[in-house]
Design a protein around this ligand. Structure first.
Ligand SMILES: [Mg+2]
Length: 104
């Protein structure tokens, strides 16, 4: 299997909770949608941003989404004793079962 490994830090400048990280996740997802949609002219509005800038902004917002998702995983582990490693294993098994991931 091919993996993209991205190491994201555990934030220590704030104390996130489940609801806060969930709201932040939707906020960041909205920002990602704005970059991928509006700033690529998909809303019908003219866009003045150069293509490279839009793509860089999309990557930045995607990382914001990933960072917030990782932060929410820490909250689930530390505040609710959710085993994220076990959830990850089930996730991979689901991908295989659905045919999205083929074992080599
Ligand atoms: Mg953002």
């Amino acid at each position: 299997m091919k993996y993209r490994e991205i190491r994201l830090p555990k934030l220590n400048g704030l104390t996130p909770n489940l609801e806060g990280t969930l709201l932040k996740l939707t906020e960041e997802l909205g920002e990602l949608c704005r970059e991928a949609g509006k700033h690529r002219g998909m809303s019908g509005e003219a866009t003045a941003l150069p293509r490279d800038e839009v793509l860089a902004n999309i990557a930045a917002e995607l990382l914001d989404v990933a960072q917030t998702a990782v932060s929410m995983m820490y909250v689930l582990e530390e505040s609710y004793d959710v085993n994220i490693e076990a959830a990850l294993q089930k996730h991979v098994e689901k991908l295989i079962r659905k045919g999205y991931l083929k074992c080599e």
